[in-house]
Design a protein around this ligand. Sequence first.
Ligand code: TYM
Length: 332
Amino acid sequence: AKRVISGIQPTGDLHLGNLLGAILRWVRMQDEAECLYFLADLHSLSEYMDPQLRRSSVREMAAALIASGIDPDRSILFAQSAVPAHSELCWILNGTARMGWLNRMTQWKDKAGKNREGASVALFDYPVLQAADILLYQATHVPVGEDQKQHIELTRNIALKFNTDYDTDLFVVPEPFIGGGTAARVMSLRDGTAKMSKSDPSEQSRVHLTDSDETIAQKIRKAKTDPEPLPDDPALLDGRPEAKNLVGILAALSGESVDAILGRFAGQGFGTFKPVLADALIGLIAPIRGRLDELRRDPAELDNILAKGARRANDIGAPVLAKAKTALGLTA
Ligand code: TYM
């Protein structure tokens, strides 16, 4: 059977990249499979964060996921730290993962930059915890944006090596499930060569779930473009990263192909295109923002949902952890 898992770091607001690259696809997968979705609060320990902010971010992000369409009755929604088996399995898999594998991770290289000596051990070990998140539930499919593909491939390698080393078929080798089309990598509104990211210091670079309609329209008006009109052929968007990104976002929002979008806008400038894009974004985000406002009013209910999710997740994960320990000769 198909089992889906994915997580998101509870740092900052959900942005359009998260939504198109991951969350809206998480929502759709609820119709086809058993789904587990979690707030990766343990992953957030790889960088300093104010504890109060961490606590409130978990709730806030849970509310944002529910507002976006994650149904906590159908899906298992929980905070990673509430299921201790994630940490325990991470330590176990640290015995399987190789330094060389982790050294090749582009997220590690990007985030540590030149300051490797000063980076936390957790930042380096981050992908092993991610492997534990996935393997703990014997998940078959992991819906993520393009930027997480390398981590899922590492997870596959860890699963294969563990299974071979200990002569078991305990760990299911998962498939990355990356959206086709233009949503897999949403780029910054200020720079079409950089990914839209919560760590970008410029608020103008991304659209948040919590942005008002006016803010969304303003961010799109100010989004970087070039002076050329839109072409009729998608190939002509190459070398025009900002134009390509905006067209790609509209395609993802409307479910049309890039070809079809260009069919409508070829020969026209961004003065015509941008208001259509802004309206489409507001159409997606305004109702989610409304539900989020409702959900925030009942933090106790959010805590209940997360507590129930953690119990359900633990029921699935605990036997797998026990089998891993037995395979290793540990007292399970
Ligand atoms: P995170 O919190 O950075 O992002 C959550 C999800 O959003 C996707 N995403 C994007 N997709 C398209 N375009 C973008 N600009 C963009 N920015 C973010 C990410 O690919 C991701 O799917 N390491 C993970 C969290 C994690 C996880 C896991 C995921 C922890 N354990 C186990 C899957 C399975 C992360 O930091 O995602």
